[in-house]
Design a binder for this molecule. Sequence first.
Ligand SMILES: C[S@@+](CC[C@H](N)C(=O)[O-])C[C@H]1O[C@@H](n2cnc3c(N)ncnc32)[C@H](O)[C@@H]1O
Length: 210
Amino acid sequence: MTLPLQNSPFGAGTQKYWERRHSLFSKWDEGVLSDEEGLYSVKPEAFALEIAQTLSGSLVLDAFCGIGGSAIGFARRGKRVVSVDCDANRLRMAKRNAELYGVADKIDFAHGDILALYDSLCAAHDFDALHIDPPWGGPDYYLKPSFGWSDFSPNPLPLIKKALQARLNVAVGLPANFAQEELQKIPGKVRITEARDQTRVLFSTAYIAQ
Ligand SMILES: C[S@@+](CC[C@H](N)C(=O)[O-])C[C@H]1O[C@@H](n2cnc3c(N)ncnc32)[C@H](O)[C@@H]1O
């Protein structure tokens, strides 16, 4: 019999995320695949489903796939998804995780830099919505007193502006320390929802439309 791992296989810095792994993916013990960045950056399952329910549109461009938490949420809510990541290994994990949830046939996985692929993907698909969940620069993001667009890597503001010009609905994941005044740089109507646990705001989602 194999006992479940008590300690994160990705090191002490990821222990708190490891302890939450079953809220990240309820099917974790059925063989969910992750690497270190995937573990600390995946959208927890319940929130991924909520965002998928809230973002209007049936064909979604998921610009930063990671290990697939968001993409799987969209697919489970009946949407079709094109999900992009520049890390081929993480993209393979996302595909496997989507298979575990029985939704891999609803997601096309594209490998590459979203900034380079965006125009050609939009020329090939009639997207209704863009989902943006860019890296926050690692687990120490919260040490910044305030977080702005240029602290993401890459800065997603140009993508947001392009998507709004094309009348796509947009959802962007924001850290809890994101500066409110940065929202004024968005040329559209913004609605913010907060994702909380028992004690604090975990992250926010900005829903944006023209
Ligand atoms: C915060 S994670 C996304 C998490 C994802 N929503 C999930 O639920 O699993 C950000 C991902 O963006 C990817 N990434 C970073 N820069 C990118 C770029 N220029 N183009 C495409 N993907 C990129 C990283 O490899 C990482 O997997």
